[in-house]
Write a protein that binds this ligand. Structure first.
Ligand SMILES: [Zn+2]
Length: 374
């Protein structure tokens, strides 16, 4: 993600038109599809049809103003709507929601993008996209390769009014190159059982069904050990144990895939994880060490390949400090913190901490330090 420097009123105007018009088109076709479904009970989700309707609308006097923005960005927001619906139909996400002006805004430019190095200062680049008369000044984090082909770029306006752009490069036979903003990173802590907590406060609890299977496993083992070795019932009970094991493994893996996909698509550029899940191992006394190790290893592996496909980075840090004991605000070390304390208040600065989020924030900070030191 690169920071965008707005320089002229005309640019402000153009950005606000693009954010606003793409949002308008998205909401209009969402409403149109909702109504069509209510009236006919059939869904009319089809990107190509929508594009045809959009083209007709733009010729109408009432909607002429839609021509002020890049038509491909408008089409892209219909593509996004179609994707939202497809996810809904596959039961991967909830019904698409109307976009609000007060939320984070974004629009994508799918083609005709050029990026040049600023002649006087290579920290900046000048980005040219359709409908913007002047080049847009952007902060770049690595040297611009004039031969690199740009795939697309997405402009974002945060809720606090900051502008960013994320540029995806086409690199033959490898992953897209992406400008990495170290500050835009997220630390993560694997907590009790398989739950994961991010430094931005997001918590992903492990699926409830896992503990149900673990109870089942205990039960199956008990039954198995009560049977006479080599008997038919012994064989049967043995098979039952194996089946439950298999179920647990699949559930855990499915959860980790879903989780890492969601996390990798988060807006962060860098993900910081620990080399070993030391604290998880301490907390997971009931769970065997090898299981917790395997889960952590899988989590990292899945996250890595999913993030790298998007041109993002996953870095590992070795933890020597018990990071849940250190206040992420002032650095005070709370030696008295017990494993059972889920929340604590820092004696030094008075910050109230959630144990796992505080640990994830410390992991993030440690990762940034490591990146900057390189
Ligand atoms: Zn403190």
């Amino acid at each position: 993600m690169s920071f965008v420097y707005i320089q002229t009123n005309e640019q402000i105007e153009k950005f606000s038109q693009h954010f606003g018009h793409t949002r308008f088109v998205y909401n209009l076709f969402l409403e149109f599809s909702n109504n069509a479904y209510k009236n006919t009970k059939t869904s009319v989700v089809n990107y190509n049809t929508w594009c045809k309707i959009l083209a007709i609308l733009k010729r109408n006097e009432k909607f002429e103003w839609l021509n002020d923005v890049n038509s491909q960005s408008l089409q892209q927001s219909l593509k996004n709507l179609e994707t939202s619906y497809k996810r809904l139909f596959k039961k991967l996400s909830k019904h698409p929601k109307f976009k609000k002006k007060s939320s984070r805004q974004s629009f994508r430019v799918p083609q005709h993008i050029q990026l040049y190095e600023n002649e006087n200062n290579d920290k900046y680049g000048i980005l040219f996209v359709p409908k913007f008369k002047e080049g847009i000044k952007v902060r770049v984090h690595r040297k611009i390769d004039p031969n690199a082909k740009i795939k697309n770029c997405t402009f974002i306006k945060t809720t606090t009014g900051k502008y960013f752009v994320s540029i995806t490069f086409e690199v033959e036979g490898s992953y897209p190159e992406r400008y990495i903003d170290y500050e835009n990173s997220i630390g993560m802590d694997m907590g009790l059982k398989d739950s994961v907590v991010l430094s931005d406060g997001t918590k992903y609890p492990a699926p409830k069904v896992l503990s149900k299977y673990e109870r089942k496993l205990k039960h199956a083992y008990k039954k198995f050990s009560s049977k006479e070795q080599g008997s038919k019932n012994w064989d049967k009970a043995k098979l039952e144990v194996a089946k439950v094991h298999e179920k647990i493994k699949n559930t855990r893996e499915g959860f980790l895939h879903k989780l890492t996909k969601e996390i990798s698509e988060n807006q962060a550029d860098v993900f910081v994880v620990e080399t070993l899940n030391i604290r998880g191992m301490l907390k997971n006394r009931k769970l065997s060490k090898s299981v917790s190790d395997a889960s952590w290893y899988k989590f990292k592996t899945f996250l890595k390949y999913k993030a790298e496909r998007l041109g993002k980075k996953v870095i590992e840090i070795g933890m020597f400090e018990p990071s849940s004991k250190v206040c992420s605000v002032c650095g005070y070390k709370n030696e008295g913190l017990k494993l059972s304390d889920r929340e604590w208040v820092c004696h030094e600065c008075g910050t109230k901490h959630d144990r796992d989020i505080n640990a994830a924030v410390n992991i993030r900070q440690c990762g940034i330090k490591q990146l900057v030191a390189v």
